[in-house]
Design a protein around this ligand. Structure first.
Ligand code: IFM
Length: 436
């Protein structure tokens, strides 16, 4: 592991999100989110799984925090379920929901773990979707009110606030392909949603800073480099377009205050004067979620990606070099704030045998991706931390519970958590880092 020694101040963490682990969807005043509605529609999620119980973290949070502490990590990234703290997305606050996150944050601090809070990881209150969801400009102000309230409540204890997790997913998978909640299939709505997400991020940062909250503020983007499958002009052009829609469409307004321009790129018709200046607020950090690369082939059938490092159970190519390529490309193209790798991990077909889960492919994935992070740091990219996705197996959105990303295996019948070999490996890796 000698090649995996990081600077003493580097933060080691694990990540989860509210709907994927909490369960208790109708307890203590929580109202439905778009994911409750979506997952209860037959055929939307594999096996018709829902987040009704998930990992039952809402009840088991204390032992889950002990489990996190046992890993020896410095930091835990989790999200707040908006419909738990403000059930209808506007108006009344729910003291029981607020109390849950107060206790979670205090419980982390008692265990010496830094709480990194994501404000929106896709569980929009259904009441707001009923009024147009993120396609409606009014939802922007609703989010700003919610974000400010959370920042004022937890800002004295949180290590950071990220406004949104992966706005590309909310916009494209939720509103263009319909694979995720709310399940719409309209590219114009999807672009409007993307713009409103970015605008709500900028306005939230303005409001939180104006209120005097000093906690570091940022946003989390899912990003991938795009590789042309061949050296043909068509494949090269496709890779450039896919990179523009996946990476530049979000990075450019945030970091340069403009949308990427090219004749074949769509325009954003929701854009109003002043929006871009609002979106481009200074960032204290940028979170990057990386899993795989985009492979761009115009052939029919497409030229297959090489898959030299194997494939995850999601069918995604393991391509660690892509993380170095991505980070170095971002540094080349944009003025970057400090970077955190807020998610990286793989789904594996994990089974418990004699109380053990021997997930060697995951260890290899982590080892090679951490090497890729180091290579980017050696090339001058300012990476401050790494959060493995995910702490434990959980509700993998439209794939349900079949896909397992966790360092801990979850038996959904008994809720027993079993550390996988990768959890032991991660703990040993963190143990051997120089102390801060
Ligand atoms: O589980 C998701 C997470 O919610 C967001 N980023 C990607 C993960 C794996 O698909």
């Amino acid at each position: 592991m000698q090649d995996l020694i990081f600077p003493p101040s580097f933060q080691w963490g694990v990540a989860t999100s509210s709907y994927q682990i909490e369960g208790a969807v109708s307890e203590d005043g929580r109202a439905p989110s778009i994911w409750d509605t979506f997952s209860h529609q037959p055929g939307k999620v594999d096996n018709d799984d829902t987040g009704d119980v998930a990992c039952d973290h809402y009840h088991r949070w204390q032992s889950d925090l002990d489990m996190i502490k046992g890993l020896g990590v410095d930091a835990y990234r989790f999200s707040i379920a908006w419909p738990r703290v403000q059930p209808l997305g506007s108006g009344a606050w729910n003291p029981l929901g607020l109390g849950f996150y107060d206790r979670l944050v205090d419980g982390l601090l008692e265990r010496g773990i830094a709480p990194h809070v994501t404000l929106y990881h896709w569980d929009l209150p259904q009441a707001l979707q009923d009024k147009g969801g993120w396609a409606a400009r009014d939802t922007v102000q609703r989010f700003v009110d919610y974000a400010l309230a959370m920042a004022e409540r937890l800002g004295d204890r949180a290590a950071s606030f990220a406004t949104h997790n992966e706005p590309w997913v909310t916009s494209v998978l939720g509103n263009q392909t319909g694979l995720f909640a709310p399940g719409l299939k309209d590219p114009v709505i999807a672009r409007r949603v993307a713009h409103h997400l970015l605008l709500s991020h900028g306005m939230a940062l303005q409001a939180i800073r104006a209120a005097g909250v000093k906690t570091p503020l940022g946003i989390v983007l899912n990003q991938s480099p795009a590789t042309p499958a061949t050296s043909s002009a068509e494949d090269i052009a496709l890779a450039a377009r896919e990179y523009a829609l996946f990476v530049r469409w979000f990075a450019e307004p945030l970091l340069l205050g403009r949308y990427p321009e090219a004749p074949d790129l769509p325009i954003c018709e929701a854009l109003q004067p002043g929006d871009l200046e609002t979106i481009a607020q200074p960032l204290d950090f940028l979170g990057i979620n990386y899993y795989t690369r985009i492979w761009s082939s115009t052939s029919n059938p497409p030229v297959p990606a090489p898959h030299a490092c194997g494939t995850s159970d999601m069918g995604w190519e393991n391509y660690p070099e892509g993380l170095t390529e991505l980070l170095c490309g971002l540094k080349r193209d944009y003025p970057l704030p400090p970077i955190f790798i807020t998610e990286n991990g793989m789904a594996n077909r994990d089974v418990v045998i004699d109380g053990k889960v021997d997930d060697q492919p995951r260890i290899e994935y982590m080892r090679t991706h951490l090497q890729a992070v180091k290579a980017a740091m050696n090339a001058g990219v300012d990476v401050r931390g790494f959060f493995y996705w995910s702490l434990m197996d959980n509700f993998e959105w439209s794939s349900g519970y079949a896909k397992r990303f966790g360092l801990f295996h979850v038996d959904y019948k008994t809720q027993v958590r079993t550390p996988k070999e990768s959890a032991h490996w991660y703990r040993r890796l963190i143990e051997q880092q120089p102390s801060a």
